[in-house]
Design a binder for this molecule. Structure first.
Ligand code: UDP
Ligand code: MG
Length: 329
């Protein structure tokens, strides 16, 4: 399509228990986005089963601004699924994804749009600073991204989150990937196309605590590694090989000792250690295989990724999806 003409920009905002920040987020989004020339706006808030008043606040925001759409999910499905739900409901020629807590600066979206106009299909945010995040969280992400790139067949750019802008082509490609364990930033990298970084400083969360519990973070990391790499499965062969080499060394040692000194290696300590070692290796490998099997089982069930409880503010079907009569070429 023509990237220099008028385009519809959708912004997807996954929100889970964000009552403390969501109003301010909306205001800052609007004031940053209205500066971008030649774009129409659509804001798709996904309420990921919030237990607080987030959805009510969103209703209020929507009542006052008809560019706002709400997708309310039937329960908490997690960030990556909420994000996918938003992408599925967005109708823009370009679609941006941003966190609800203002850690990603909405002002950077303008730069992303400029990149897109200059030919990039994906403009992804790269954090150059992480304020207000604990040392343990920073260490965890640092280690994770580097491990991930070691293992993965598709390198995911370092220090990126899901803050990015995508061309319609890329969004459609992403939505054509039906997997249940979704690691969206990896999937976007996997689609190919022309992807360019936009650097920004990550601010501290405006208010409230992180909605990513440690468990959710570990699961995301596991999804990232296991959906993009089978190297952990190869671990079995490596460990088997290492154990065999050790065993062989033991045999040679025992034989040489016997031939040279007339002493037999005896004692149950060695036996016990060898047994524990082998048992440990076998359980570890079984666990790795189990992880993949569990995921395969999850995929096999082919359940829908999420259920929608309610959508608000979407134009009725069959209309020009909110483009105000603009040509949709
Ligand atoms: N989020 C969500 N569902 C969840 C957890 C988080 O939609 O189950 C949203 C959350 O509202 C926020 C974004 O995902 O907009 C990132 O979450 P958060 O800021 O808590 O993560 P962090 O920045 O600590 O990694
Ligand atoms: Mg955050």
């Amino acid at each position: 399509m023509n990237r220099t003409g008028y385009s519809l920009l959708s912004v997807v905002i996954p929100s889970f228990n964000e009552e403390l920040v969501i109003r301010e987020t909306h205001q800052r989004l609007i004031s940053a986005l209205k500066r971008i020339p030649k774009v129409g706006l659509e804001l798709v808030y996904v309420d990921d089963g919030s237990e607080d008043t987030t959805l009510d606040i969103l209703r209020g925001i929507q009542g006052a601004d008809d560019r706002v759409r709400i997708v309310a999910l039937s329960r908490n499905f997690g960030h990556q699924v909420a994000l996918t739900a938003g992408l599925e409901h967005a109708s823009g020629d370009i679609v941006a994804v941003i966190d609800a807590d203002l850690q990603d600066p909405p002002e950077a979206i303008m730069e992303m749009v400029n990149r897109w106009r200059a030919g990039a299909d994906v403009a992804y945010g790269v954090r150059s600073l992480r304020q207000g995040e604990g040392a343990s969280k920073r260490a965890f992400s640092h280690a994770f991204y580097r491990l991930m790139n070691r293992l993965s067949e598709v390198p995911v750019p370092l220090d990126t989150g899901d803050f990015r802008l995508m061309d319609r082509m890329v969004v459609d490609a992403l939505l054509a990937m039906p997997e249940q364990s979704r690691y969206v930033r990896g999937m976007v990298a996997w689609t190919g196309f022309r992807q360019e970084p936009v650097h920004f400083e990550r601010a501290p969360r405006l208010a409230g605590g992180s909605k990513y519990s440690f468990g959710k973070m570990v699961r995301l990391a596991a999804d990232g590694i296991l959906s993009f790499s089978v190297i952990p499965l190869r671990l079995a062969s490596y460990l088997g090989f290492a154990a065999s080499v050790l065993a062989l060394a033991g045999i040679v040692y025992a034989l040489v000792l016997r031939l040279l000194t007339d002493v037999w290696v005896t004692g149950w300590t060695l036996l016990f250690i060898a047994m524990l070692f082998l048992g440990g290796v076998q359980l570890l490998v079984l666990g790795v295989i189990g992880e993949y099997l569990g995921r395969a089982y999850g995929e096999l069930k082919r359940r829908p990724l999420y259920f929608v409880k309610e959508t608000i503010g979407f134009p009725p079907r069959g209309t020009t999806d909110g483009r105000d009569g603009e040509a949709t070429s």
